[in-house]
Ligand binder design. Structure first.
Ligand code: ZN
Length: 382
């Protein structure tokens, strides 16, 4: 069966490149729901042709998602594949950066993160189907709002719930030149801290003023000091605004705070600490609100993830590829949710490249096929 799967992928090279091009040449930033939705429909169509049962989950503001299953998932736990079709590149970016291949390197918005990964999933699944693989049912979940951390949808819960019946999960997020695969990932949240003070003339009436910027500054300093680099969690004050005129006591100030952590316990503790600091008052008469804007849970490192990584590693060696490393990534991904559901998960299995989220994002073409093979053969080896 292995040879059959490998041959199928070898024979599909042109088709895979054509699909990669087709995917990259559809704009799919957060502000282009129509583009994202058309990609989700395309994924659905491809999987329907493989006799998958598909469901598109429509969201009003966010890009849609698709869940596709093959086989009896009630009876047997499925192998799960996770990916996303949205990118960080704004509307209009594509016009000057269309899909192109030069000297074995592919360029274009989302080429690496992660339209190549989605192509890998689809062709791994097609190859397994063509070889009549039926040891496990297969389940593909592709979302359309990963880059915005699912703030406008309930895709996080959807991924968590839909993962609960999984046997193993693979996420073909951005591969990297170091050949690192993620068995854990940082979590991160974004909060907004808003302080309301009292405006006054800074000369005539300075006494009745309540300075929102000073109140906010005290809080920001406490928040920053609460970071613990050794333990792996940090608070980052990233944006600040406030005040209305040089001679008016500011009655409003706002800060954005990003958090990073390794475990769910840290994430909860950090949220609580922010609540505590927010509730303190340094200047009587000011009022502070804290708003959670969104974020990712951490993908916690587990023995189950390590064990699944070992299968991937063995498969890579078997296929004559470089031996991958198991790492805990500083970036976040939807693997957090399959891991949270208790499913062994390995992430960063997509094609290899660099420059993620930048105009020079690129992927090494040959790794599209390599990673597709690695994924499909790993499924045969689990
Ligand atoms: Zn991504």
């Amino acid at each position: 069966m292995k040879q059959q799967v490998m041959d199928y992928i070898d024979q599909s090279r042109d088709e895979m490149l054509a699909l990669w091009e087709e995917f990259v040449n559809v704009e799919s930033a957060k502000d282009h729901k129509a583009g994202i939705d058309s990609l989700i429909s395309k994924v659905e169509e491809i999987l329907q042709a493989e006799n998958f049962q598909t469901r598109v989950i429509s969201y009003e503001k966010a890009g849609n998602a698709v869940v596709a299953e093959f086989g009896d998932v009630e009876k047997e736990k499925p192998i799960i594949f996770i990916g996303h079709v949205d990118t960080v590149f704004p509307k209009g970016f594509l016009a000057d950066h269309p899909f192109q291949i030069k000297d074995g390197i592919a360029y274009g918005p989302g080429i690496l993160d992660m339209k190549g990964g989605v192509v890998s999933i689809l062709y791994a699944v097609k190859a397994l189907r063509a070889a009549n693989f039926d040891t496990y049912p297969l389940k593909v979940m592709i979302v359309g709002d990963e880059e915005s951390a699912h703030v406008d949808s309930d895709a996080k819960n959807m991924l968590l719930e839909e993962s609960k019946n999984g046997a193993f999960a693979f996420n073909t997020e951005t591969g990297n030149l170091e050949n690192n695969l993620s068995i854990g990932r940082a979590g991160g949240s974004i909060f907004e801290l808003e302080v309301y003070g009292v405006a006054s003339h800074t000369g005539i009436d300075w006494k009745s003023g309540r300075n929102a910027i000073i109140e906010l500054s005290n809080k920001m300093i406490e928040i920053d000091a609460a970071s613990n680099h050794e333990a792996g969690y940090t608070y980052n004050v990233t944006l600040v605004e406030g005040g209305s005129a040089p001679n008016t006591t500011p009655d409003y100030a706002k800060a954005s705070i990003g958090t990073r952590c390794q475990t769910k316990a840290q994430q909860e503790m950090m949220h609580q600490k922010l609540e505590e600091i927010s509730a303190k008052t340094f200047i009587e008469g000011t009022k502070t609100t804290l708003t959670y804007l969104g974020g990712f849970d951490p993908m916690e490192v587990s023995d189950k993830n390590r064990a699944l990584f070992e299968v991937v590693k063995k498969t890579a060696i078997e296929l004559g590829m470089d031996e991958p490393n198991a790492v805990v990534s500083k970036g976040s991904s939807d693997s957090a949710y399959s891991q949270s559901a208790g499913v062994p998960t390995v992430c960063s299995l997509g094609p290899v490249g660099d420059g993620n989220h930048t105009p020079h994002e690129y992927a090494i073409v040959e790794t599209l096929f390599e990673r597709c093979k690695l994924l499909a053969v790993t499924v045969l080896n689990v």
